[in-house]
Unconditional design. Structure first.
Length: 127
């Protein structure tokens, strides 16, 4: 068994595709539009779906915002330099919610940003 994908509901599919591909460097792997069912999908990731877990971005027609709820925590992405990754997000108009620095009680450097829909993304600096 292996983890295939994580699905996130988004309010503006092109905006989310731009964020994940242009800002975070993922590749757009495939898209599907289902007008009769009133939704569109985009799969993005750092590698092909048969090799790595990816994100499924789901846009439900006419829904531009979701309640984040209290159960979902965050996505985690390994980066070479967390401060540099935050700068890239900030320069693209994104939100940095925690600047790069050591995790509480440890030495691993982490940072947090938010995607255009408010989903939290943790950057974990590679040693």
């Amino acid at each position: 068994m292996r983890l295939l994908h994580t699905m996130l509901r988004v309010g503006d599919l092109p905006r989310s595709i731009r964020f994940y591909t242009e800002v975070l460097g993922m590749k757009l792997l495939r898209t599907t539009d289902r007008p009769e069912q009133k939704y569109s999908l985009a799969f993005v990731g750092y590698d092909a779906e048969d090799k790595a877990s990816v994100l499924e971005l789901t846009y439900n027609y006419g829904v531009d915002k979701y309640d984040m709820g209290g159960a979902f925590g965050h996505l985690a992405i390994e980066v070479k330099d967390a401060a540099q990754a935050c700068d890239k997000v900030r320069k693209a108009g994104g939100t940095v919610t925690r600047e790069a620095g050591p995790v509480k009680g440890g030495t691993t450097v982490i940072a947090f940003v938010a995607d255009p829909d408010g989903y939290k993304i943790e950057f974990i600096e590679r040693k």
